[in-house]
Structures are given as C-alpha cells and as structure tokens.
Design a protein around this ligand. Structure first.
Ligand SMILES: [Ca+2]
Ligand SMILES: [Ca+2]
Ligand SMILES: [Ca+2]
Length: 292
C-alpha cells in the first residue's frame, strides 16, 4: 500500500497507554503543502484514449478500460460489465440525477440525460422516467468506456440494482488486496453504499459503505462538466477510484449489486457520481462456495 509517508512534512504521534501498549496514530500534517496523500494513495488503472495520447486530456472522449494493477502486484485485464439495470429509486429535484457520456465519445451513447426527461415530460420524475433511466444507466455501464456514468448533485435518495453479465467471483474467500469491483467516483469526496442482492432485491451479505477513494495512476483521469441543457462547460472533474474486495460485502460471488445513498454518515457528502465495473479475478468458485 502506498501511504505517501513523507518524513519532511509530517510527524508521527505516539501515545503510550497505561497498559504498556504503544499506539501509533496516523501522521499529523505540518504546514499546508505536499501532504494530501496521507490516506488514499493511488490506484493503478490503465486506459486507452484513442483521441489523445495522454488519457488525462480525454475529457469528453473515450477512456477505454484496459488493465488494473493491485497493490500486491497482481494484474487483471478482463472486466465484467452490466447486462441489466433495474429498480431505480429517485423522486428528487429535476436535473440533479443524470447519465452522462462524454459528448465526443465513440463508445456508448454520448450526451447528457437527466432522469426527469426520459418520459418526454421534463416537469418531474415519473415511474416511466425511472424505468427508462434504468436502461440509460445500462447504456453507460455495459461497455469499457469509463467516460460514461451516473452524475448526481443532490442528497435525495437514489438507488438502483445492477446485474452483471456473468457472476463475479472473489479470488480468495478471506479479505484480500485484490478488488473485484472497480468503483469510480467523481472527485472522490462522496460516500456510496453497495451491497450484493438476490434476484428479488433482498440483501445478501453485508452492505458496504465506500468512504474513501484513491487518485488514479499512472495518468490522472478527468471528465468534462456539462450544463443542465447538456452544453459542455470549461471545467472538468477528476475521477478517483477504489477496488472493493467481495469479502467486504460478505460474499464470495456476486451477480446483482445494489447501489444506494448511505444513511448515518455523520454529515458526509452522499451525492456520489459513479461508474462501476466488475473485474474477473477468478474463474473458479472459491472453497467456501464449493462446500455450500
Ligand atoms: Ca418526466
Ligand atoms: Ca476476498
Ligand atoms: Ca478479492
């Protein structure tokens, strides 16, 4: 794990407990420069950007997922994408939940698609909007272009269920460093809850709240900002990401994933804008599955 420990800009705090135990606390930053990586570090995600040599310049173009490398050095280049999205829940304000695919993309359905417009009546979000928006999410999540995602700008409840094109399997039934779910979040500052569910939507295992993300390496990845009407704006957002081990969800295999707004977060930002892909880290069931 890359902790970005820099002895010149930080000091370690030592606290000695009465029982004789020495507790090493997290590094305390001194000054303002150069120590924003105390937690988090980087995640190695390799993408291909046909528009431009450097993927960090491909802000409205394809960012084609090619390979991830985990902290233990293991390396994966096979991904498992969504085959169905269902059970979208949202009844919040207009223009605050959108599916966006960069407007110059070749892969996916380029454009900005707010949920309330799906049924042809933009005055509010209907059950038809929610059903059609599920397919809109699918159109963003069923291919390798990472510049296609759900954009949210409201704390209002949102959830959906993603079915993957094949079962995602853990490489080890124990907790391990090799993630099976690649979760990207715009700016990396919003919490999101994920959980395995069965075909009826009932939770299997334990819901898991993602509360931190890493900067993408070797190149940083960005995506264009858009106005409500879908016009490209000057600014862009940086993708941050995390790999989630299926053990964190209390399962060894997963086919349906529910994504939702976490509660009881103590005021944390829950407006996650996200993109999720599965990673084929194993093709055989783990031991715990064999003995089921
Ligand atoms: Ca509508
Ligand atoms: Ca595991
Ligand atoms: Ca794993």
């Amino acid at each position: 794990m890359n902790t970005q420990w820099n002895p010149l800009s930080s000091v370690w705090s030592l606290t000695t407990l009465s029982l004789g135990t020495t507790l090493l606390l997290s590094p305390q930053g001194i000054g303002s420069g150069g120590c924003n990586g105390n937690h988090g570090g980087t995640i190695e995600i390799h993408v291909e950007s046909p528009c431009c040599g450097d993927p960090s310049h491909a802000r409205e173009d394809d960012l084609l997922l090619r390979r991830v490398v985990w902290d233990d050095g293991s390396d994966f280049d096979e991904f498992i994408f969504a085959s169905e999205v269902r059970d979208v829940v949202y009844s919040g304000p207009n223009h605050r939940v959108r599916v966006i695919t960069g407007h110059e993309c070749q892969t996916g359905d380029p454009g900005v698609h707010p949920i309330q417009n799906e049924d042809g009546n933009g005055s509010g979000t209907s059950s038809l909007d929610r059903r059609l928006f599920a397919d809109r999410i699918l159109g963003a999540f069923n291919h390798e272009n990472l510049n296609a995602y759900v954009h949210r700008r409201t704390c209002a409840d949102f959830s959906c269920v993603i079915r993957f094109e094949e079962t995602i399997r853990d490489n080890s039934p124990l907790s391990d460093e090799v993630g099976e779910l690649l979760v990207l979040e715009m700016s990396g500052n919003s919490w999101i809850q994920i959980e395995a569910v069965d075909d009826q939507g009932n939770t299997v295992g334990t819901p898991y709240v993602i509360d931190h993300y890493r900067r993408v390496a070797p190149e940083r990845l960005f995506t264009r900002r858009y106005s409500n009407s879908g016009s490209p704006l000057c600014g862009s957002y940086e993708w941050k990401a995390i790999g989630v081990d299926l053990s964190d969800l209390g399962v060894n295999a997963l086919e349906n994933l529910k994504v939702s707004t976490p509660s009881n977060t103590g005021g944390a930002d829950v407006k996650a804008s996200f993109r999720i892909a599965g990673i084929r880290t194993s093709t055989t069931p783990t031991a715990a599955m064999v003995f089921d």
